[in-house]
Design a protein around this ligand. Structure first.
Ligand SMILES: [Mn+2]
Length: 303
């Protein structure tokens, strides 16, 4: 049937019709539906399926009207949850390597602990030194939390144990919550870039973005982790550990636009989206806009 004869728009498919089995696809997607590490309200395990479910309703265009036609998205599905946490993280690490073969890997959490095996995979997949941008209300710099070193509050301590990242190539944006051991750790590491949510409000997001790009300049690859609770609860109510006074969706889009333009971003994870805690899918829709803009930034560089 001629495409124009169909009442159903051509993009009403998974990933707006961009899904492809082609090994040379520009984008690799992997879902990690694990929320066993959340310390408060759960539900992030439902995020990958919810985000995919909404993709037929997103037009394959960027917010500025650039067509994504021709971009290919290879979706590797989800890493099914295993009750053995250690074994699960090993499986996540192995499966993440597939997605990392592509120009950009997009990982759908899950709670923030999934960034631990994902960055382990990233660390071994990239050659040379990597940098990390952590967009979050929280620092996740506890050495252990509630008896676990793999809690979602410990993510960045585990990242800093990887062999090819230096603390001077770690930047935080959106922070507005601190714990004692995190503050002490930061006091000993002034080279780590910390931009609070208030810094973004007072200085403007462009200034903060410039500072991040400058700090991470010179690394061979960059991993961006976006905890959706970096956004203000008004923009992302569906998450387990809400903090008032956060970033707008616009702030995050502008920050990432500058970071994708100025740095070699090879992986993006979006974590802590919790569909059961959401209203009208606001939070998933925010995550999807970030993902589709990232698609656009990659497409502009690769076509
Ligand atoms: Mn957080």
């Amino acid at each position: 049937m001629n495409r124009k004869d169909s009442i159903r728009p051509a993009h009403r498919q998974l990933w707006s019709g961009l899904a492809s089995d082609d090994a040379s696809s520009e984008i690799g997607v992997l879902g990690v539906p694990f929320d066993g590490a959340t310390s408060f309200r759960k539900g992030a395990s439902f995020a990958p399926s919810k985000i995919r479910e909404l993709t037929p309703h997103v037009a394959p265009y960027t917010e500025e009207g650039a067509s994504l036609s021709g971009l290919r998205v290879r979706d590797y599905g989800d890493v099914f949850v295993d009750l053995n946490w250690e074994r699960y993280f090993k499986t996540v690490e192995a499966r993440a390597r597939q997605a990392l073969h592509h120009r950009l890997a997009v990982f759908l959490g899950g709670d923030h602990s999934v960034t631990i095996p994902l960055t382990r995979a990233f660390s071994s997949a990239v050659s040379g030194r990597f940098g990390m941008l952590h967009i979050d209300a929280h620092l996740d710099l506890a050495d252990s939390f509630e008896g676990s070193r793999w809690s979602h509050a410990c993510t960045q301590q585990r990242v800093l144990e990887l062999p090819n990242i230096d603390p001077r190539h770690l930047a935080f944006v959106g922070i507005r919550s601190f714990m004692d051991d995190e503050s002490e750790f930061l006091a000993g590491h002034p080279e780590i870039g910390v931009h609070t949510a208030r810094d973004v409000y007072v200085q403007g997001v462009d200034d903060v973005a410039r500072s991040v790009v400058k700090q991470l300049q010179g690394v061979d690859a960059v991993y961006v982790t976006l905890d959706i609770d970096a956004l203000d609860p008004a923009f992302a109510p569906g998450t387990g550990t809400l903090e008032a006074g956060g970033l707008s969706t616009r702030d995050v889009l502008e920050l990432l636009r500058a970071v994708f333009s100025g740095l070699p971003v090879r992986a993006l994870d979006i974590v802590e989206v919790s569909p059961p805690l959401d209203h009208s899918d606001i939070t998933s829709v925010a995550a999807l806009r970030v993902i589709y803009e990232a698609f656009g930034w990659v497409h502009a560089k690769t076509q």
